[in-house]
Each structure stands twice: as structure tokens, then as C-alpha cells.
Ligand binder design. Structure first.
Ligand code: COA
Ligand code: ZN
Length: 330
């Protein structure tokens, strides 16, 4: 049997950067408040697994997202690993001041490319968001902190439907060319993306801004998460958000479900020959902690089923079965 290694090109494994969003996108919708110490311990465990970036928390209004009201303490008290970028979601100037003060490496700005979703989620028009985020970016630059913009609903809006590619790329252009952000994340906030669309938007973005760090952020709402990751890789993407255990979802997106699951994506990319740099066993061990922290089961198929080559014991009656089968040949 010949093995097809999708992840190997010209004899080298292709590098895919994995970014963990479980402690932000994941925990923001959980009813149970995960204790600050447990959050810090979880980030510390994730830090050692080889992830490129960790979205530690969100500096948002504690009334809007009570689950992350301890953002400062978590950001300050985690143990930093060199090589890992510690980012946090920031919606406004107040959030930027808090995040910079707490020592965040990168501010992940957020707005929606859908007017309706932006108003529902952030209570601002898109133009108001852009004006506010311009100020946020200026603060970050002055503080020597990186800036990424996450564009929600880049693959469709649950309230407006299709969002034209020109609209998505138009907002990306304003952030890249007017504000000078270092990275853009195209977010499939509610799992509306499908592979052909992902491929087209990824190619469109890559062709226009080859030097801008591009991240794809998928939710598995309709079971297309991994298919979308693979389509994006084919179109030139090499950086993905994913959440431990597959937890997460936007509180203002009806029927929202978890992000693509970190250990499922790493497992799939590993078996295909890509180099994620992530120690899958450590990631699985971290995911196994989650049910105890959030008080319910997690979607992760890998935590349920184990890895592809995790071997299982033979049935108890195996020796007798084999003896009977072999006896038929005598
Ligand atoms: N950090 C802490 N507190 C903040 C804050 C921030 N970044 N931004 C606003 N606040 C506080 C204000 O001080 C004010 O507090 P007060 O009522 O005690 O005076 C209160 O929140 C309301 O402030 P206001 O500026 O009127 O904001 P708003 O009510 O219009 O809310 C957002 C706007 C963006 C701050 C809020 O909707 C939010 O944080 N949303 C987060 C949404 C999110 O994270 N969604 C999931 C990720 S996509
Ligand atoms: Zn998300």
C-alpha cells in the first residue's frame, strides 16, 4: 500500500500553525464560572504543548461575558513559554488599556463584516467599530503590542445570510492598508462556511496580501469544520484557530456550536503528514480536564475514540475464537 502524505511537499512536511482559542471562545459561553486558578493551570498546560498562539481571555465588559471577568489575573499569572504568542480579544479602547496593562502580546480586535451581527454582538455599527478599533490599534502600536483583526461572519451571517466576498475583503483591506494590522482572522462565526467558498476567499486574501498573517477560524456547527480546514490549506492557508475539546460558540449567534476541536484537527493533520509542532498527547491530556471544569461532556471525538493507532485489547474470548477457527483447517 502506498501512503499519500498530503502534508509533505518536496520532501518537507508543511508547517501548519495551531492557535488555541478554548480559554476565550470556548469558555465565554459556559454557564459555569471556571475558577481563575484552573484557567491559569489550563493555559500553562497548553503552553507546553507546542501551540503557536493562545487566545488566553477577552478584555470585554464583565456584564457582557461574566465567564471571563478575571481576564487581568489570568493574563498576568500564566507562565509564559518563549515562542508562544499570548493574545486576547479586545472590543474597545477600555479593553485595550486593560490588555496592555496586563502584559498581553497581541490584541485581537473584533468586528463583524455583517452590520446586523455587529450591532447584536458589539452594539455598534461597523463604521463605529472601525473608528473605535483604529484608536485601539494606535494604542497597541504605541505600546509595542501586536494587532490582529478577527472579522466575524466572514462566511455568512445568521441574520443577513450571504456576506459578499467583496464586503469581507473590503473590510480586510481597510484594516491591512489603513490601520496596518499584522494579521487578519476570517471567522466562520456560526459554521456557515463550506469548502469551495473557503478556498475562494482564502485564495483571494492570499493573492492580495501575501505578507499579512492569515488565520482561519471555523466552527463545526454543520459538521464541515475539518473539510474547511483542508480546503483552506489547499488554497494556501497555514494558520488555524481551534478549541480544546471542541467547546465554544458566540452567545449572539443562534444555534452556535463549538469551534473546530484542537485535538481533532491536530490528529487529522498529523496523520496526513503535516507538521503542527503540537504534542497531541499533551493536548488530549489537557482536553480530558475540561469536563471536570465546565461540568459537562465535550464534543471531542478524539477524547472519546482515541488516536488512529491507539490499539485496543482483543475480546476476552479471542483465544478460543482463534483456536476454533484454526481447528477448521485441520
Ligand atoms: N472592559 C471592562 N468593562 C467594560 C469594557 C471593557 N472592555 N467596555 C465597556 N465596559 C463597561 C463600561 O465601563 C460600562 O460599565 P458600567 O455600566 O459599570 O459603567 C459597561 O461596560 C457598558 O459600557 P458601554 O461602553 O456602554 O458598552 P456597551 O454596553 O455598549 O457594550 C461592549 C459594548 C463591546 C463593551 C460589550 O458589548 C462587550 O464587551 N461585548 C463583548 C462581546 C463578546 O465578547 N462577544 C463574544 C466574542 S465575538
Ligand atoms: Zn468563534
Amino acid at each position: 500500500m502506498s501512503t499519500v502524505w498530503n502534508g509533505v511537499a518536496n520532501g518537507a512536511r508543511r508547517r501548519i500553525h495551531m492557535q488555541e482559542v478554548g480559554t476565550r471562545d470556548g469558555l465565554q459561553v459556559e454557564a459555569a464560572f471556571v475558577a481563575t486558578e484552573a484557567k491559569i493551570a489550563l493555559v500553562n498546560a497548553l503552553s507546553e504543548s507546542g501551540l503557536a498562539k493562545i487566545e488566553v481571555t477577552a478584555f470585554v465588559s464583565p456584564q457582557a461575558i461574566p465567564a471571563l471577568r478575571d481576564a487581568e489575573i489570568v493574563m498576568r499569572e500564566i507562565t509564559r513559554q518563549s515562542g508562544v504568542v499570548y493574545t486576547a480579544l479586545v472590543p474597545n479602547v477600555r479593553g485595550a488599556e486593560r490588555a496592555i496593562e496586563a502584559g498581553t502580546d497581541e490584541l485581537n480586535l473584533v468586528m463583524s463584516v455583517s452590520e446586523t451581527h455587529n450591532l447584536a454582538n458589539l452594539r455598534m455599527t461597523r463604521e463605529q467599530s472601525f473608528a473605535a478599533l483604529s484608536q485601539v490599534a494606535a494604542l497597541a502600536v504605541a505600546a509595542g503590542v501586536g494587532v490582529n483583526i478577527s472579522l466575524s461572519c466572514s462566511f455568512g451571517c445568521p441574520m443577513e445570510g450571504e456576506v459578499p466576498e467583496a464586503t469581507v475583503l473590503g473590510w480586510a483591506q481597510r484594516f491591512v492598508e489603513q490601520i496596518g494590522v499584522g494579521g487578519v482572522t476570517l471567522c466562520d462565526t456560526t459554521g456557515m462556511a463550506f469548502p469551495g467558498q473557503v478556498e475562494a476567499l482564502t485564495r483571494g486574501f492570499r493573492a492580495r496580501w501575501p505578507d499579512t498573517e492569515l488565520t482561519l477560524h471555523f466552527h463545526n456547527t454543520r459538521g464541515m469544520g475539518l473539510a474547511n480546514v483542508l480546503a483552506a490549506i489547499d488554497a494556501g492557508a497555514d494558520r488555524f484557530d481551534a478549541s480544546l475539546g471542541g467547546i465554544g460558540g458566540c452567545p449572539y449567534a443562534p444555534g452556535a456550536t463549538g469551534n473546530v476541536c484542537s485535538e481533532e484537527i491536530v490528529h487529522a493533520l498529523d496523520v496526513m503528514g503535516y507538521d503542527t509542532g503540537v504534542d497531541l498527547a499533551q493536548l488530549i491530556a489537557a482536553a480530558q480536564r475540561l469536563p471536570g471544569l465546565i461540568g459537562h461532556d465535550i464534543p471531542s471525538q478524539i477524547v472519546k475514540a482515541g488516536r488512529r493507532l491507539d490499539l485496543h485489547p482483543v475480546p476476552a474470548d479471542f483465544a478460543a475464537t482463534r483456536a476454533r477457527a484454526l481447528a477448521r483447517d485441520r
